[in-house]
Design a protein. Structure first.
Length: 77
C-alpha cells in the first residue's frame, strides 16, 4: 500500500471518529481497527492513535459492548 493509501485510511478513521454516535460506535470501532491493521506506515499508525483512543473512550462512555464474533461475520440482508 502506498503512503497515499495510508493517508486515505487515516482520513477514514478521522471521519469515523467525528461521525460516531451511540448507535454506530461498535461498527465504527471495528472498521477503524481493520484500517489500522491494513496500514503499512508506522508514522500513519502513530497519527491514528489519537483517534483510536477517542473511539475506544466513546465506546466505553456509550456503554457499548463488543459484538460476538459470529454477529460480526453475519452478512446483512
Amino acid at each position: 500500500m502506498t503512503r497515499d493509501g495510508d493517508r486515505e485510511k487515516l482520513a477514514e478513521i478521522r471521519r469515523l471518529y467525528f461521525e460516531a454516535t451511540p448507535s454506530t460506535i461498535l461498527d465504527a470501532f471495528d472498521r477503524a481497527i481493520d484500517l489500522v491493521k491494513a496500514m503499512t506506515s508506522e508514522a500513519e499508525r502513530e497519527r491514528a492513535t489519537v483517534y483510536m483512543q477517542g473511539l475506544a473512550e466513546m465506546r466505553k462512555e456509550f456503554g457499548a459492548r463488543a459484538k460476538p464474533a459470529a454477529a460480526r461475520q453475519r452478512p446483512k440482508r
